[in-house]
Design a protein around this ligand. Structure first.
Ligand SMILES: Cc1ncc(COP(=O)(O)O)c(C=O)c1O
Length: 398
């Protein structure tokens, strides 16, 4: 059986999306800026129709959508574009569990003289709101907190953070790469000024995405050139990608409720089955989590070997961080929720998607315990089992 359960990493493109994109490669290949002839106008129309779809998915106006090459570019544009506006505002607040596209952008800004405060999260990965408020300074240019975490799936209290930011007159950015099309988003209700979206997480093509820029919010562009996308992102538009992204987001929003309920049921079945494994636990918030995310730790297990063994059995899962981290450093997210180093390595992220079935979930529940048992039998930490068991027994007695 071949089971793909790494949908937080990427998703296959929906055939309906491919169908919409196809004409824009070879027939309707015009440049949207070439409005003097028909195929140019046709391409422009397609881009603007997609803009309307993206805007209505998040309760924005079409003029507030800027197409980008995806989540990484969107985060760079939103954060650097805000930070570079005002030389007197040199402070940025983020959470300690942001994606590398936010963390590395902030690391770069630090080298340019900015100060970055990382607000801690609780053991479920929820941002501490009072710490966030305390971190605010006169020179704070931006608060950036992700909508949902890509590793452990925790959904952050975005509406409250939006309110704190707006009460203090600070620009609020949220990275919604894991949530747009998966959970409802209303940029007005949530007081969001800037928001990053990515297409390939929701059955759209790779290399496409957008940022929402609230009307009146200024940004310094990163790409200079022909002044495309309201002068915020120069470069001839990726027309097939934009068309595909708009269609994918539109479909995801229309199917969100039904698919979300189905995924939640599958996710909970997966969680119940896997937690039967001894010395395992679920990371992330038990309720406030993405409908498709299940993230576990297994004591005395080395994550990479577990994933290779799963692959050998036809199952694609992830650790949740290796895809974006070139190092084998323990995940900053798992460290931030308070897991000790030795536990962080035994982690597994399974993220469900459209094709996954109950039978596939049951297959994983059948295969994984055997893998864990085999790996534990050859684990160099085997001697520690006894100590761990007696500590547990001690804990239960008291
Ligand atoms: C939370 C989050 N932000 C940003 C990105 C980057 O998006 P993209 O691959 O479109 O650049 C990802 C994807 O890995 C993500 O999960």
């Amino acid at each position: 059986m071949n089971v793909y359960m790494d949908h937080a990493s990427t998703t296959p493109v929906d055939p309906r999306v491919v169908e919409k994109m196809m004409p824009y490669f070879m027939e309707k290949y015009g440049n949207p800026s070439s409005s003097l002839y028909e195929i140019g106008r046709e391409a422009r129309k397609a881009v603007e129709e997609s803009r309307v779809k993206v805007a209505s998915a998040i309760n924005a106006a079409p003029g507030e959508i800027i197409f980008t090459s995806g989540g990484t570019e969107g985060d760079n544009l939103a954060i650097k574009g805000t930070a570079l506006l005002d030389k007197d505002k040199k402070h940025i607040i983020i959470s300690s569990i942001e994606h590398f596209s936010v963390l590395s952008t902030c690391d770069w800004l630090k080298k340019q003289g900015f100060e970055v405060t990382k607000v801690p999260v609780d053991r479920y990965g929820v941002v501490d709101l009072s710490e966030l408020e305390n971190a605010i300074r006169k020179d704070t240019a931006l608060i950036s907190v992700m909508h949902a975490n890509n590793e452990i799936g925790t959904i952050e209290p975005i509406e409250e953070i939006g309110r704190i930011a707006s009460d203090n007159g600070i620009i609020f950015h949220t990275n919604a790469c894991q949530t747009a099309g998966r959970v409802p988003i209303d940029v007005r209700k949530m007081d969001i000024d800037l928001m990053t979206l990515s297409s390939h997480k929701i059955y759209g093509p790779k290399g496409a995405g957008a940022i929402f820029v609230r009307k009146g919010t200024r940004l310094e562009p990163l790409f200079h050139g022909g002044g495309h996308e309201r002068k915020l992102r120069s470069g001839t538009e990726n027309v097939p990608g934009i068309v595909g992204f708009g269609e994918a987001l539109d479909l995801a929003c229309r199917e969100m409720r039904k698919e979300g309920e189905r995924l939640t049921r599958l996710r909970d079945r997966l969680i119940r089955g896997i937690l039967k494994i001894e010395r395992s636990w679920l990371n992330g918030h038990p309720e406030k989590r993405l409908p498709n995310n299940a993230h576990f730790c297994f004591k005395f297990i080395e994550g990479e070997s577990m994933i290779l063994e799963l692959d050998f059995n036809g199952i694609s899962g992830g650790t949740g961080s290796a895809c974006s981290s070139p190092t084998l450093e323990p995940s900053h997210v798992l460290s931030a929720i308070g897991l000790p180093k030795e536990d962080v390595h035994g982690s597994l992220r399974l993220t469900l998607g459209k094709q996954n079935t109950k039978e596939e979930v049951d297959y994983v529940i059948e295969v994984l315990p055997k893998i864990i048992e085999r790996l534990r039998n050859i684990s160099p930490f085997k001697e520690d089992f006894g100590e761990y068991e007696s500590a547990l027994a001690h804990e239960h007695k008291h």
